[in-house]
Design a protein around this ligand. Structure first.
Ligand SMILES: Nc1ncnc2c1ncn2[C@@H]1O[C@H](COP(=O)(O)OP(=O)(O)OP(=O)(O)O)[C@@H](O)[C@H]1O
Length: 256
């Protein structure tokens, strides 16, 4: 990549509270700069809300959100040093692959020579060379998510938020995509926050883990610890590793 490497920034949620009607969420969390942090937790535990608070799509009712040393709590999403990839609907249906990626550089698609070069490089890096002129409907699900990753890459932001981006892909393709994220992280050194329901994804990408339960941070640690026999019991229970887990607790294993 010809882009200067943009080192990752730490992300901090300080005593953040956020409520939807009857759902209360409380987050107090520091995400390490330049590391990959995987967020897991039962459906409805607050994973997407946590990412939305970091990206600025939601604003805390109290508490602060910091990225690097800067207080971002009152900043709109466009002013935050963050890119986000969603499970679906990342792309504009009427724009080509290259244009969708170019939007990461210029929302009006006024691209300089160096912007075009960055788009070409990102497409090559994500395995999309030769598909620049296709529309999203002419791509597979995995290819569409590669386009979304390529657009995040050309934005070259210090924080990359991934909200179950590979959930609709089959296991082999998901492995490839998780490996691609790990490789891009190794090259760029951005801070990656990765939400997944799949324990295999978390183990594969390694790094740090955060386990959410019922709108709070139930446990944090590194991936090897989490999956080891002394890992947090609530997490082990959730993924079905706890030998004595009561069957009723297994409801948390539901995959969505
Ligand atoms: N727009 C909304 N209005 C009201 N409640 C909401 C809204 N969005 C989310 N919630 C509630 O907030 C809680 C957390 O939702 P969130 O989407 O963050 O969970 P999640 O862990 O990402 O779930 P999933 O794994 O199913 O995607 C849930 O109880 C959900 O019902």
């Amino acid at each position: 990549m010809n882009q200067p490497r943009q080192p990752g920034s730490a992300v901090e949620l300080r005593d953040v509270s956020f409520d939807y009607e009857e759902t209360r969420m409380r987050f107090d969390l520091r995400i390490e700069a330049g590391a990959i942090t995987t967020i897991m937790g039962p459906s409805g535990s607050g994973k997407s809300t946590l990412l939305n608070l970091i990206a600025g799509f939601e604003t805390p009712q109290s508490g602060r959100v910091l990225i690097g040393t800067e207080d971002m709590t009152d900043m709109p999403p466009s002013a935050r040093p963050v890119s986000m990839v969603f499970q679906e609907n990342n792309l504009f249906a009427h724009l080509t692959v290259a244009q969708n990626v170019g939007l990461g550089r210029s929302p009006a698609l006024r691209l300089s020579e160096s912007d075009r070069l960055a788009v070409t490089e990102a497409l090559t890096r994500t395995g999309l060379a030769g598909k620049e002129g296709r529309l999203p409907r002419e791509l597979s699900g995995g290819e569409r998510q590669r386009v979304a990753l390529a657009r995040a890459l050309v934005r070259n932001r210090p924080v990359l938020l991934l909200d179950e981006p590979f959930a609709s892909l089959g296991p082999a393709l998901r492995e490839d995509m998780v490996d691609l994220v790990a490789a891009l992280h190794a090259e760029h050194g951005m801070t990656v926050v990765f939400v997944t329901h799949q324990p295999e994804d978390a183990r594969r990408i390694a790094g740090n883990m955060v386990f959410l339960d019922n709108g709070t941070i139930a446990a944090t640690g590194n991936t090897a610890e989490f999956f080891g026999k002394d890992g947090p019991p609530a997490f082990r229970n959730y993924i079905g590793l706890e030998a004595n887990a009561a069957p009723t607790r297994d409801v948390a294993r539901k995959r969505t």
